[in-house]
Design a protein around this ligand. Sequence first.
Ligand code: SN0
Length: 332
Amino acid sequence: MKSFLHVSDIGPLATALEEARQVKATPLAWRHLGEGKTVVLVFFNNSLRTRLSSQKAAYNLGLQPIVLNVGADSWKLETELGVVMDGDRSEHLREAVPVIGSYCDLIGVRSFAGLNDRDFDYAETILRQFIDWSGRPVISLESATVHPCQAFADLITIDEYWTRKTGLRLGSGRRPKVVLSWAPHPRALPQAVPNSFAEWMNAAPVDLVITHPEGYELDPQFVQGARVEYDQMKAFEGADFVYAKNWSCPGVSCPQAYGQVLNYDRSWTVDERQMAVTDGAYFLHCLPVRRNVVVSDAVLDSPKSIVIPEAANRVVSAQTVMKRILEDIKNQ
Ligand code: SN0
């Protein structure tokens, strides 16, 4: 695996899921695989789960993590090409990235969408510079348009709870109905989480329904053939899994509104009213979540909420991805 951004980077999903099950069952079985190797985890933005689960995944593989918080304990880095560097950014990625690459064997990067310039964000301009100039495999730890480690953990969680509900493995028998629902939020948030969730669910043996108010249409490369339903209650009918997430305007139907909050309609807050029409759906969210804005206390604190096991599976997804990369390096 050269880099990890898209579901296609991990190959057949059934194989990846089986590998994740093994990693979860025996996390220390590959504890010598990463010996003598280093991963640098670069954070341009805040993180709790990604930071800790990536480090824990590395430790399980005998891989040494180094964490760099850009701007806080490094120079402020310039990310745009061709600019006159007379502002507060002291170093360009053009130098910083190959230097980081020379100190490690793989790199993880968190670089949120700026939400100002759709072309800059959707070209993954920052992550691409790491891929092009580091000479190392690069993992997106939520970059401008994708959050693959989260979506992989979401799939692992849905697989586990589908088996718990039906006794069936995902991919054998009926497909679960999975609903991705937009929810209100006071701030403008990226589309990376819903983009990746949609991409991974489209590749998995599930029926995906996406629901959001008009104007929040996700980029077609991620929606693919999924059903889009503008009536949230209708979308939730008979659902087996509900995934709530806010995102700002993706700029598909309204390019000038890219990255903006179009409305703050609190009737979209996921509550018992919507959950009542599901088929006893489990509730997922990537966290951090704003209580009583995105989802009510009653739903988040109910036995159907699986946000904590979902977060725990972030170690499993990160470890499975790092294990793959280390095996590739070894076999080169
Ligand atoms: C990020 C996002 O992409 O939506 C990270 C999610 C894994 N979420 C936030 O930035 C939430 C911040 C807030 O103020 O609630």
